[in-house]
Write a protein that binds this ligand. Structure first.
Ligand code: NAP
Length: 526
């Protein structure tokens, strides 16, 4: 049952007066449960518990953390249809989407469980002493990664499971040994509470310290800002808009002790249609992109919002087919009236810009809160002089930028902001366009050849991040087990007694992990 309360560690609490409800966009009405926003005292209690829990949690073995993460996955599955139903009621998304997002969430938890069970992820490096060295003997130095401390996680509206309460950020932080306080997303607070229940239950079953996880409700920004300012919080994970991520980044950097904010934010994900691909595969790519642009009502951070190409017959055919195909696709419900409101506002802002022409605007009958797809086009010169056209329109939208030649196409790419992805559609012409490839590489976290950017595989090689404003730190990924690196720092032990070293660094290598010992990658004992 959903109570509408906060989880302050293992205890449900609702002492505040500010309440809110979630919204069913399919029915265009509020859902029943009343949620109570966390008070300043409850925030303080959650952070204090996390601070205490960290003392124990950071020393817990990889095997124990692995059991905890696997148990969270079990408990999420055990929520069964209750979880799927509330997910649909609060998001307007389909049951199939709920199931696939749950599968992804569980896969992420299992992946981190495997990683920490194996243990080699701590990147142990050992340089043994050389007392014979002259003129100065060499000391014994051993380093590994250690957790940062309590982490605050903000989930995104468009992924109520995989990028929220027990999503990638939380799974990675817990795997690293960091307690997590979730600032629950107000649009899916019920989904969040059920998942929080699963995490708390798993923590109790596997003997994790109280405070390893808390879940705080809020309908405005105050709870999140208070958390980010709290001195015991050591890092922040955020998925959402550039406006929100940047604001929290600024708050964190202005603290007496600045902390990192790993914010994964918006992106327009440019797609470069090279001339031969336009002349030979215009119809094929137009059909594929009609689907990609409208998938999930375009509510993906990897939605292709910008298509760049050189004017040609092929490009005209691409644009015409894209228009024909996209109009055949039935609009679907968007997540929330606020999201559709922002979509409508952003669409009309774009349409009012000088030189922007409408290619197609779905004008059939749709239910309330359904997002009508729209394609626009603009000449490169206009695009270059107006940065409003470079901003993300979150929803089923894309703009085709028409360039005079490949040189101008390259200039357009060089003027773009940082992106999560960049795609090149090409025939046998890639090698003749290496400058385009280089220009795009400088802007993106993931560069795609002949495909669509939507669909983010969860695996070790994935990079979900990119130069600002796609993320606040392009050196890290938010997807895949390497995202654990955001929540750790290196520590080096000099001439430390062997028996007092962490197990990962002891001579006997009791965990049997891979380590670099005097430059050799090995599991050997020393
Ligand atoms: P959002 O409006 O930025 O909200 C995200 C969370 O941050 C919410 O809990 C929100 O709380 C909080 N928040 C926003 N502004 C804040 C501020 N100034 N101070 C403190 N807290 C703040 O984003 P959204 O609507 O949930 O998600 C849609 C956006 O996310 C799109 O732009 C999309 O591209 C992006 N996204 C990116 C990725 C990625 O991996 N890069 C993935 C999914 C989505 P309140 O709602 O209570 O204000």
């Amino acid at each position: 049952m959903i109570t509408g309360k906060n989880y302050i560690g293992n205890v449900l609490s609702a002492t505040g007066n500010t309440t809110f409800k979630t919204f069913n966009p399919q029915k265009n009405q509020e859902n029943e449960v009343v949620f109570t926003e966390a008070t300043t005292i409850e925030i303080e209690q959650a952070v204090e518990l996390a601070r205490e829990a960290f003392k124990i949690f950071k020393t817990i073995s990889g095997v124990a953390k692995s059991k905890f993460l696997n148990e969270i996955a079990n408990q999420i599955l055990a929520l069964g249809d209750n979880l799927l139903n509330i997910y649909c009621l609060e998001s307007g998304l389909s049951k199939e989407r709920a199931i696939s997002e749950r599968t992804r969430t569980i896969f992420q938890l299992h992946s981190f469980a495997d990683l920490v069970k194996d243990g080699s992820w701590v990147e142990a490096v050992i340089d043994t002493a050389n007392l014979e060295r002259t003129p100065v003997p060499k000391v014994d130095l051993r380093k590994m990664l250690m957790p940062l401390g309590p982490i605050v996680v903000f989930g995104a509206s468009n992924f109520p499971l995989a990028y929220s309460t027990a999503g990638g950020d939380t799974a990675a932080a817990l795997a690293a040994g960091c307690p997590v306080i979730v600032k629950s997303h107000p649009m899916h607070a019920g989904t969040g509470e059920l998942v929080a229940y699963a995490v708390i239950k798993a923590a109790e079953i596997t003997g994790m310290p109280n405070g390893v996880f808390s879940n705080l409700n809020s309908s405005g920004i105050e709870v999140g800002v208070t958390l980010v300012k709290h001195p015991a919080v050591k890092a922040v994970g955020f998925t959402g808009s550039v406006r929100g991520g940047r604001s929290l980044y600024n708050t964190a950097s202005q603290r007496p002790e600045p902390i990192p904010v790993f914010a994964e934010m918006g992106s327009v994900n440019p797609v470069i249609l090279l001339p031969n691909a336009a002349s030979k595969k215009a119809v094929f790519w137009a059909k594929n992109y009609a689907k990609s642009i409208t998938q999930g009502a375009g509510q993906f951070c990897t939605n292709p919002g910008l298509i760049l190409a050189v004017k040609s017959e092929g490009l005209t055919s691409f644009i015409e087919t894209l228009a024909e195909e996209i109009i055949k696709i039935k609009p679907v419900c968007m997540l929330h009236p606020n999201i559709i409101g922002a979509f409508e506002d952003n669409k009309s802002t774009i349409q009012q810009q000088k030189g922007v022409k409408m290619v197609v605007d779905y004008n059939g009958e749709v239910s309330k809160n359904y997002g009508r797809q729209i394609i626009t086009t603009v000449d490169a010169v206009r695009f270059l002089e107006n940065t409003t056209l470079h901003q993300e329109v979150f929803g089923p939208f894309s703009m085709v930028v028409q360039c005079e030649n490949v040189e101008q196409l390259q200039v357009v790419i060089s003027k773009l902001e940082g992106q999560l992805t960049g795609t090149i559609l090409a025939e046998d012409e890639l090698e003749n366009n290496l400058e385009i490839v280089n220009a795009l590489q400088n802007k993106v976290g993931r560069i795609i050849f002949n495909g669509v950017p939507t669909g983010v595989e969860v695996c070790d090689a994935m990079v979900h991040g990119g130069p600002y404003p796609a993320s606040t730190d392009s050196r890290f990924t938010a997807v895949g087990v390497n995202s654990i690196k955001r929540w750790v720092r290196p520590i080096c032990y000099q001439n430390w007694p062997d028996k007092l070293l962490p197990n990962e660094l002891k001579n006997e290598n009791p965990l049997g992990i891979y380590r670099s010992v005097n430059g050799k990658h090995t599991v050997d004992v020393i």
